[in-house]
Design a protein around this ligand. Structure first.
Ligand code: NAD
Length: 231
């Protein structure tokens, strides 16, 4: 069984990382145009660096919740037949030891230079920081609105060949991730949504409730099915 999981900000909500849409379209009190677009960065880089510095620092106060841990259990059972795609820039999935994890919108714990080279980054990041190899300016390794998400070819290939697709804690409003359910659905996958409320996407099954409870239950059901398949 090949399983593709897409996660959004909702999976980290119970860990204490605020989601985005739930706060009236503001991200931690900021307009998206100001802190999550290339134009916002050009206009006021100091504000944008500070915004991501704060998000990076706050990772020190949060921990993965049962939903993150359950997905790591699923990867351990499925290996290469599993792909976890996250829109989140936090590192809560990483801390559960995933290998088959793709951060399509980048990562808070990384910076990149003007050529797109990525380097790990844990400290504050500012205008005076330079790439040690090229000497050029660094920016947060975050995909902003209007920019191309990462790993798209690999993700679309996996979506087209999976048997099960599950979208967890994502509002289904940010493209191209919002179109993943449709790709998997048309490729014949069984499509499941786990969210506090249904988003109206092309899902065969909608499980409403908090990810911290719903995801471990869904994973346990799937693991039972996988065990039965393997006799
Ligand atoms: P979103 O904020 O637009 O939507 C969150 C979704 O999660 C909503 O549909 C909500 O109903 C659901 N939800 C909230 N709490 C939940 C819970 N406990 N269990 C299950 N579902 C729950 O999130 P999005 O669709 O991921 O899009 C937001 C964009 O902002 C992403 O691209 C992401 O990069 C960025 N972002 C990231 C983080 C993070 O890294 N944790 C946090 C905020 C925003």
């Amino acid at each position: 069984m090949r399983v593709c999981v897409l996660t959004g900000a909702g999976i980290s909500a119970e860990s204490g990382v605020p989601t985005f849409r739930d706060a009236g379209g503001l991200w931690e009190g900021h307009r998206v145009e100001d802190v999550a677009t290339p134009e916002g960065f050009e206009r006021d880089p100091v504000c944008v660096y500070r915004f991501y510095d704060e998000r990076r620092k706050s990772l020190g106060t949060v921990e993965p919740n049962p939903a993150h841990h359950a997905l790591a259990k699923l990867e351990a059972a499925l290996g290469e037949d599993f792909l976890l795609v996250t829109q989140n820039i936090d590192d809560l999935h990483d801390r559960c030891g995933h290998v088959r994890l793709r951060h399509m919108h980048g990562e808070l714990l990384a910076a990149r230079n003007e050529y797109g080279d990525v380097l790990p980054w844990r400290d504050d990041l500012g205008e005076s920081d330079r790439c040690p190899t090229t000497g050029t300016r660094l920016r947060p390794h975050v995909v902003w609105f209007g920019e191309m998400p990462l790993h798209m070819l690999e993700i679309e290939e996996f979506l087209s060949s999976c048997d099960v697709f599950c979208a967890i804690g994502t509002s289904g409003l940010v493209y191209p991730a919002a179109g993943f359910a449709s790709i998997a659905f048309h490729a014949g996958a069984h499509c499941v949504e786990i969210n506090l409320q249904a988003t109206g996407g092309p899902f065969h099954e909608v499980r409403t409730g908090a990810a911290g409870t719903m995801v471990p239950a869904w994973v346990d059901e799937l693991l039972t099915e996988i065990d039965a398949e393997h006799g």
